[in-house]
Design a protein. Structure first.
Length: 291
């Protein structure tokens, strides 16, 4: 196969059409409905302008809290998944026994369905007879037992912890692939010059992984901004809306028949994800050299 062969531009029409119909078009239609009073309680549809958007962004509403929660979850989980994924990738790319076994164990959580993960951890973090609290009591650390998903002060942290546990293995595999692509001659030359492990990581591994890290960060951010099922399975936005994020709010608005409000929130997140995704890619790949 000639890898340098360039195919005609119209070969991409099918993929572009499918993407437009399944992704872009629903988003545009949703933006259109967000300017109306669409609901399950009326058959008529009226244009209301920016009324719904004003309701979302006004300081007295709960939506700003949901936006804050969404952004907080996105930032915290992105940092931890990226850092832990990189750390595990470096460890599991070195010469250790049962390397593939350890990689498989660390990757396994990421292939579990999110709802299944949520249901399992709902049981594990049960405040009365959950495995975690029972384990803490059994080893004499009963004072550390908490109402992990019930206490308003720690419930959101518990949700983020479960999400980090599930997603770190996926990031790890991407980092391992990036490390495997780094030419070994760089490490051999550094060893000849007397570089230690930290110097090799700082001067070779980290710079050569820049593009991989950029991709991981963008994927994590976009995932965090549209997170729904993990929060829904663990807390359904509770207790007292402390773990409510934008898409659980959208789900509840549609459940109440408030379709216009739901599409407004969804449209805000749709536009924000396009904006943040574009600029993150531009910033993180600004020094990329195209051959």
């Amino acid at each position: 196969m000639n890898k340098s062969k360039l195919y005609p531009w119209y070969f991409a029409i099918g993929a572009i059409a499918i993407y437009t119909v399944l992704s872009v078009l629903p988003g545009v239609i949703g933006i259109g409905y967000s300017f109306t009073d669409w609901s399950a309680y009326s058959k008529e549809l009226h244009f209301v302008g920016f009324k719904n958007f004003a309701e979302v962004f006004k300081g007295s509403g709960d939506y700003l809290k949901y936006i804050k929660n969404t952004l907080l979850l996105t930032v915290v989980t992105t940092i931890f998944k990226t850092v832990l994924g990189l750390f595990l990738a470096v460890i599991l790319s070195s010469h250790i026994k049962f390397q593939n076994f350890h990689r498989g164990v660390m990757y396994m959580p990421s292939i579990l369905p999110i709802l299944v993960t949520g249901l399992v951890f709902t049981s594990i973090l049960n405040p009365k007879n959950g495995f975690l609290n029972e384990l803490l009591r059994a080893i004499g650390l009963g004072g550390l037992a908490q109402k992990w998903l019930v206490d308003p002060q720690i419930a959101f942290g518990s949700v983020m912890g479960v999400d980090i546990w599930r997603g770190t293995g996926y990031i790890m595999t991407m980092m391992i692939a990036g490390i495997a692509a780094i030419p070994k001659v760089y490490y051999e030359a550094a060893a000849i010059d007397g570089a230690n492990a930290w110097q090799k990581f700082r001067n070779i591994t980290l710079p050569m992984l820049r593009q991989t890290i950029a991709v991981c960060v963008v994927l994590n951010v976009l995932y965090g901004l549209k997170v729904f099922d993990m929060v829904y399975a663990l807390t359904n936005g509770g207790p007292g809306h402390r773990t409510e994020v934008m898409y659980t709010a959208v789900f509840k608005m549609f459940s109440k028949g408030l379709y216009a409000e739901g599409t407004t929130i969804s449209s805000v997140m749709f536009l924000f994800m396009i904006f943040i995704g574009y600029f993150m890619v531009k910033i993180l790949t600004k020094d990329e050299v195209v051959e």
